[in-house]
Design a protein around this ligand. Sequence first.
Ligand code: F3S
Length: 106
Amino acid sequence: THVVTEACIGCKYTDCVEVCPVDCFHAGPNFIVIDPDECIDCALCVPECPVEAIYETSEVPEPMRPYIELNARYSKLWPVINARTEPLPDAERWAQVKNKLSELQT
Ligand code: F3S
């Protein structure tokens, strides 16, 4: 499966959701996750993300391994999103910020 990682927080560009053939993306207030039970590993979303937030599970960089569990957990709680929406208002600023897990809104 694929997972969304930290770079998405505060940005939510949503280019990823438009190409997903199985509607496996779920949206929270300032982050998006992939349902590991629905993702078919087509990888179409990976190049769509302007901040390169999406990885195949086995390729998630070590500091971002906690996001694997976060995708599994919040995909069961947040609603499906299958159409592009406007990025968050401060997306360009958040795209430059590192270590923003504490900013995750659930
Ligand atoms: Fe997030 Fe990138 Fe999608 S910022 S909403 S993973 S296009």
